[in-house]
Design a protein around this ligand. Structure first.
Ligand code: DQA
Length: 145
């Protein structure tokens, strides 16, 4: 399955550590690949600052029936195109935010993606991605519920 991270998340560890923590994107990716293999999942982690690239990854995931964990980052709040691409997915989609977007500025409270996601996790830091992978392992039958 895919873990897809949107804009500015490649700068985790440097970026506003009081909000997003000190874990780098490389460390997050390694942690999720390791957890995935313990759950019997092959996890690929990608990050992009280019919206067209994210849309292409989602189109391919839709065509291939691949489950997705997505942190849409700032595009959550701005992009109808991203929402429309997510709506085409054929396997479960879990939206993850490191921070609790509902406890932050008003412009972060609404995510265009949430209405087409299977579920949403916010505010648990990197643990939110781990929760999403554990749930997907159950939902896709690689581990018992
Ligand atoms: C974020 C929250 C968004 O509001 C913000 O633009 C991000 C990261 C999070 O993971 O908490 O870039 O998605």
């Amino acid at each position: 399955m895919l873990v897809l991270n949107g804009p500015n998340l490649g700068r985790l560890g440097l970026r506003e550590p009081a909000v997003y923590g000190s874990t780098t994107h490389a460390e997050l990716a390694e942690d999720l690949r390791e957890l995935g293999s313990s759950l019997g999942l092959e996890v690929e982690v990608r990050q992009t600052d280019a919206e067209h690239e994210m849309l292409a990854w989602l189109h391919d995931a839709a065509d291939d029936g691949v489950p997705v964990v997505l942190n849409p980052a700032a595009w959550s709040h701005t992009s109808v195109a991203l929402r429309d691409a997510c709506a085409m997915l054929t396997a479960p989609l879990v939206e993850v935010h490191l921070s609790n977007i509902h406890a932050r500025e008003a412009f972060r409270h609404h995510s265009h993606v949430s209405a087409v996601a299977t579920g949403v996790v916010a505010g648990l830091g990197p643990g939110g991605y781990r929760a999403a992978l554990r749930w997907l392992a159950e939902a896709t039958g690689t581990t018992p519920a």
